[in-house]
Design a protein around this ligand. Structure first.
Ligand SMILES: *Cc1c(COP(=O)(O)O)cnc(C)c1O
Length: 394
């Protein structure tokens, strides 16, 4: 009997899922740098445009390399359909605007990636979509925010930068009771450690720029979900507004997926060790890591995540101490990216979250002493030494 890729283990899905070989039998996925495609006859072109025959038409609609990336990620996530986008922000923008129209209402967890906050607070209102922000850990707040015109819920879990965790299944139930769709930004957990669709979410979005590339090279994004929702909500908007992922970037991301499980598991082991070093140091006021029993939502994490991830947040008490820590690092880079093979740390108040008004920052508990570290693949001994020395200097 023929192998069904849906029976494969995660590692096999990541290495072989979505593979569509050309007649040359290449082992490494082919990179199809082509904008358009030729048809055997005018009748064939007619049939393809009519949707009566399968096949590619134009790179903005689809491309064989991009399709392989989409099929591999869909297989990993357990989703019927994946649509790739040029960046994580394109994925979030399309995910929301495909669901919402003038007069609709969105409920969103208040701890969101900076650019997501901008889309929700500044951009959607221009098109007549209002949003209520809620404390995403408070189920009563989600319920209370629902209005008759609520069409979507948006949450990031764990959230940036303080790793707040939301009970995805419980929020999905509230959304569904209201007739709304739940969109989950799953970047911090990665598809290795959390499967929002299986927990009840309707749509998952990724910045593939982060762990899926994981080696600091390209931007990319993806939206995943079930049919017919994916086609109804996204087919036309993706074709006509043009946020297509470049096939070159899709190829880089396909190769990234091959090693995703290995990398994310090792990064998570390194992050757990780093979190222990950080938490044990006298200069640290507070450490938040999803793999530690003292995480405020540890019980929810035990229900919905299978690993702690690679991000650690910690409070050194003041901006000055945080800057002294960052400036004393010799191996870990000062950088705002995350999920990379190289460890990096940032001061959210003055970088990723600087455009967030202070009152809103305080609402999510983000004071000037917090540092966010994305732990990479360096040796754990070297990382411990670098972090301890920088903490001494803080
Ligand atoms: C980076 C990031 C995004 C945006 O992704 P880009 O690929 O940079 O556009 C969205 N959400 C989260 C949680 C992120 O970390």
């Amino acid at each position: 009997m023929a192998e069904d890729p849906h029976d494969w283990e995660t590692e096999t899905r990541l290495v072989r899922g979505g593979m569509a070989r050309s007649p040359y039998g290449e082992i490494s996925e082919a990179l199809f740098l082509t904008q358009s495609f030729a048809y055997d006859s005018a009748e064939a072109a007619n049939a393809r445009f009519a949707g009566d025959e399968p096949g590619f038409i134009y790179q903005r609609f689809g491309n064989p390399t991009t399709q392989m990336f989409e099929d591999r990620l869909a297989l990993l996530e357990g989703a019927a359909t994946c649509r790739a986008t040029a960046s994580g922000m394109a994925a979030i923008h399309v995910a929301l605007t495909g669901l919402l129209r003038a007069g609709d209402h969105l409920v969103a967890g208040r701890a969101l990636f900076g650019s997501c906050r901008w889309i929700v607070s500044e951009w959607l209102p221009r098109f007549g979509v209002e949003t209520t922000y809620v404390d995403a850990t408070d189920l009563e707040a989600w319920k209370a925010a629902v209005r008759p015109n609520t069409k979507a819920f948006l949450v990031e879990s764990p959230a940036n930068p303080l790793l707040e965790v939301t009970a995805i299944g419980a929020v999905a139930e509230i959304a569904h009771a209201a007739g709304a769709k739940l969109v989950v930004d799953n970047v911090f957990a990665t598809p290795i450690f959390q499967k929002p669709l299986a927990l009840g979410a309707d749509l998952v979005v990724y910045s593939a720029t982060k762990h899926i590339d994981g080696q600091g090279r390209v931007l990319g994004g993806a939206i995943l979900g079930a049919e017919p929702l994916m086609t109804e909500a996204y087919k036309d908007i993706l074709r006509h507004t043009g946020p297509a992922l470049s096939p070159f970037n899709a190829w880089v991301l396909l190769k990234g997926l091959e090693t995703l499980d290995l990398r994310v598991r090792r990064q998570s082991e390194n992050a757990a060790k780093a979190a222990d070093v950080i938490a044990a140091h006298a200069k640290t006021r507070r450490t938040i890591y999803c793999g530690r029993p003292d995480h405020p939502q540890a019980a929810i994490i035990a229900n919905q995540m299978t690993g702690g991830g690679n991000v650690v947040a910690f409070d050194l008490g003041s901006r000055e101490a945080a800057f002294r820590f960052l400036n004393a690092l010799q191996i870990v880079d000062i950088s705002n990216n995350l999920g990379d093979a190289k460890s990096m740390a940032t001061h959210p108040c003055t970088t990723t979250h600087r455009s967030m008004p202070e009152a809103e920052r305080l609402e999510i508990g983000l004071t000037e002493g917090w540092v966010r570290m994305s732990v990479g693949l360096e040796g754990p001994g070297d990382l411990s030494r670098d972090i301890s020395r920088a903490l001494d200097a803080a």
